[in-house]
Write a protein that binds this ligand. Structure first.
Ligand code: FE
Ligand code: CA
Length: 531
């Protein structure tokens, strides 16, 4: 693994060298190319505009999206940019010094996108690592590393990917990403709560409710507010460095907009519905601007299509879901409730009809050995003891609040013999392993898939290895196989025969640079769902 992923200082070092290398390579280019590479700068920038680093995402066998955003003063509402557009050159090379250039071009970054840049590179070789960088007339970005996917008809020997969610900036440092970078995964899935929308709190050192650093500004409302929040989160070098290490597939949950929202319904009282739509548009726009997404994801007003699919050769098809934008309002409120007729109503949907039809078609057409569903909220029905003995409550914000649709999807997986479904999930700041079946509450019926719920990067502060009520949860829920509540991330190693999931804990997120430890591993054999 190249050292820059582990060490942000090395990354800066490489970028300085890369800058000189780029200058040298420009001199060697034919005249037309040199003109393209030297063209930059409608406006000159005195300060380094690449403070937010670089990222890549949504790779295919032939291309990938490269991302950066110009923000010389990231904590200012305008990022420190004047309204002028700036030309930004980009380059993809086969070496870390960016001397062996394979693709290059120039794009214009303007105030309409917060000076964000999304480059869709095409014409790359399949199953290869590449390096990339950006520059303006006066500054060069750090160098990023990315890769293409194997060709669709090739069976790769293995795939290593990581997934993560929930990185509340105030609650802890992103130590998990240092461990993740050391794994050198082929790609990362981020499953939501990339930012939190809350106002800055007071710095507290009390370890139970610590705030190790403070959100800039009030509760988010305008597009400028949301932009500044993303910029502040990217000031964590471990996060920025992980983005520069490999391509990411991102999806959101609720906090990229507002806690526990459902489509256009706020979970708060007395919200003006019109203002809420405007705020959703602002939050979706800032999300797009900060993620390495294809321009086909550009929001149209308050709508943005994020559900999409990808493929790692014949080894794995993956389906990235959006369970927030199209869902019906949570029944009985958002919290824990007994499962009643409302929870089972076929009127409830967590996917929305269009996404569900798309998902069923994609699963039906999949040729992958494994089928990954990368999504937000827990699908396994895990009951908690209520005050009434023998009666259990379930989270109405999760799939059990949409029980009819959940069971239809699980039945579909079984009846259509979808190959080896694995669900990965975020949201609840704790680790859970569930064998999925329609009757998972009773432990009855065939297991149709496996769910790995990953804990938060930092949200909730330091966690615990043995959560409250663990014994009750395990004895009451026969399909629940493991649960813990430390911070961390999850690593998956996938081969044609087996799937290994390693839960990696970051036990101390209150100390910057504290280490990680692999706590628990699970194996799924191809052809035999469940752990
Ligand atoms: Fe969260
Ligand atoms: Ca959430």
């Amino acid at each position: 693994m190249s050292r820059f992923a582990k060490d942000p200082a090395a990354l800066r070092d490489v970028s300085r060298r890369a800058f000189l290398q780029i200058a040298a390579s420009i001199a060697a280019l034919p005249v037309m190319d040199r003109a393209a590479w030297a063209l930059p700068a409608a406006a000159r920038l005195a300060d380094d505009p690449f403070t937010l680093g670089v990222a890549s995402g949504d790779p295919s066998p032939t291309g990938v999206v490269l991302w950066t955003r110009l923000a010389p003063k990231p904590l200012q509402l305008d990022g420190g940019m004047t309204p002028e557009a700036v030309d930004v050159s980009w380059v993809v090379a086969s070496d870390e010094r960016l001397s062996k250039i394979v693709k290059q071009g120039v794009v214009r970054a303007g105030p309409d996108t917060g000076h964000a840049v999304h480059v869709e590179v095409e014409g790359l070789d399949a199953d290869r690592w590449y390096f990339y960088g950006f520059r303006t007339r006066d500054h060069a970005s750090p160098v990023g590393r990315t890769r293409t996917m194997p060709a669709d008809d090739v069976m790769p020997a293995s795939l290593t990917f990581a997934f993560a969610s929930c990185q509340h900036f105030e609650h802890g440092y992103y130590n998990a990403y240092r461990g993740m970078a050391a794994d050198s995964p082929d790609m990362v899935f981020f499953l939501g709560d990339y930012i939190y929308e809350y106002a800055g709190e007071k710095k507290k050192t009390d370890s139970k409710d610590a705030r190790v650093r403070i959100h800039e500004g009030p509760k988010l409302k305008s597009v400028a507010d949301y932009r500044r929040r993303y910029a502040q989160y990217r000031s964590d070098a471990a996060l920025t460095s992980m983005h520069a290490s490999c391509p990411w597939w991102v999806t959101w949950d609720d906090h990229e907009f507002e806690n526990n929202y459902a489509n256009l319904v706020s979970s708060l009282k007395d919200v003006d519905p019109k203002a809420f739509v405007v705020q959703r548009a602002a939050s979706y726009r800032a999300y797009y601007e900060h993620m390495p997404l294809r321009p086909s994801s550009i929001p149209k007003g308050p709508d943005m299509q994020l559900f999409r699919k990808g493929r790692f050769g014949r080894l794995m098809d993956f389906h990235v879901l959006d369970t927030r934008q199209y869902r019906t309002d949570q029944v009985n409120g958002d919290g824990q409730r007994l499962l009643d007729d409302d929870a089972y109503s076929p009127e409830n949907t967590i996917l929305g009809r269009r996404q569900r039809e798309w998902l069923e078609a994609a699963l039906g057409a999949s040729k992958g050995t494994w089928n990954l569903l990368a999504q937000q909220v827990m699908m396994g029905a895990v009951g908690r003891r209520s005050k009434t003995p023998g009666a259990y409550t379930y989270s109405m914000d999760q799939w059990p609040g949409y029980m009819d649709e959940r069971n239809k999807l699980l039945r579909f997986l079984g009846e259509k013999k979808v190959a080896n479904p694995v669900v990965i999930t975020g949201d609840i700041h704790s680790n859970w392993v569930n064998n999925l079946r329609v009757g998972d509450r009773e432990g009855k019926g065939p297991i149709v898939g496996t769910e790995f719920v990953g804990t938060s990067i930092s949200s909730g502060g330091n966690g615990t290895e043995v959560p409250k009520a663990l014994e009750d949860l395990l004895s009451d829920n026969p399909s629940l196989k493991w649960h813990s509540a430390e911070r961390g991330y999850v690593r998956c190693v996938v081969t044609p025969k087996s799937w290994r999931t390693d839960y990696v804990a970051a036990p101390d997120v209150l100390t910057q640079g504290a280490g990680v430890v692999t706590r628990k591993s699970f194996e799924v054999a191809a052809g035999s769902p469940g752990v």
